[in-house]
Write a protein that binds this ligand. Structure first.
Ligand SMILES: O=C(CO)COP(=O)(O)O
Length: 248
């Protein structure tokens, strides 16, 4: 069976109620390819609001969460809370969490494990820096980051989407070329085949993220191992509809 195309919008720390209303109205107007799954990752404080106005064909995601259900963790939110307000996904391990907030592979894995345990679905992000790419370490880095997630994911692969986001392509306007992205996606799938199973390698969806726009999405979306996108800046703009429809 084919993998359903899945497009995530990661709003990061952007948007206010006015802008959110505009974004949601634009998504309602669409039209959105019914064969694509759409998930919007919104700031925690707006999760309930977005859930209350988003149409049913759009899922809502948090952009981060903590690794336990509740307690003395000032400023954090738990998967239980995310679910309680009706969101069904969480983005974990984003490179901004890893670099700005110092999240290491093992913490990301603990978060993934707890989120899945609580019944949230997870977009798990991986990707190399420019320095790592130039040192020829892209595969080593993304395999290491994926390996760290294996015990956390266990037999919940059907609830996980991997997002390959090369750090050098995020917010820089330097989209990976389709060949660069396809190469890494194919190697990742092959690694999963060897280290998990061939069924899971066939089924797991791998998104590409990093400066995806309405102009670059079609060629990227046509690559055999690219199963969707995780979109930052352009997810705040009307062109997000074009990106959702990249393979329509
Ligand atoms: O980080 C990203 C999505 O999670 C990508 O961001 P940009 O699309 O703004 O490069």
């Amino acid at each position: 069976m084919g993998r359903k195309f899945v497009v995530g919008g990661n709003w990061k720390m952007n948007g206010d109620k006015n802008q959110i209303n505009e974004i949601i109205n634009n998504l309602k107007k669409g039209p959105l390819d019914p064969n694509a799954e759409v998930i919007i990752g919104v700031p925690a404080i707006y999760l309930a609001y977005v859930k209350s106005i988003a149409p049913d064909n759009i899922s809502v995601a948090a952009q981060n969460c903590w690794k336990v259900a509740k307690g003395a963790f000032t400023g954090e939110i738990s998967p239980a809370m995310i679910k309680d307000v009706g969101a069904t996904w969480v983005i974990l391990g984003h490179s901004e969490r890893r670099t700005i907030f110092g999240e290491k592979d093992d913490l990301v894995a603990e978060k993934v494990a707890h989120a899945l345990e609580c019944g949230l679905k997870v977009i798990a992000c991986i990707g190399e820096t420019l320095e790592e790419r130039e040192a020829g370490k892209t595969e080593e880095v993304v395999f290491r980051q994926t390996k760290a997630l294996l015990p956390a994911i266990g037999n919940n692969w059907d609830k996980v989407v991997l997002a390959y986001e090369p750090v050098w392509a995020i917010g820089t306007g330097k989209t990976a070329t389709p060949a660069q992205a396809q190469d890494v996606h194919a190697s990742l799938r092959d690694w999963i085949l060897k280290n998990v199973s061939s069924d899971i390698a066939q089924a797991v969806r791998i998104q590409y993220g990093g400066s995806v726009t309405g102009a670059t999405c079609k060629e990227l979306g046509a690559c055999p191992d690219i199963d969707g996108f995780l979109v930052g800046g352009a997810s705040l703009k009307p062109e997000f509809v074009d990106i959702v429809n990249a393979t329509a």
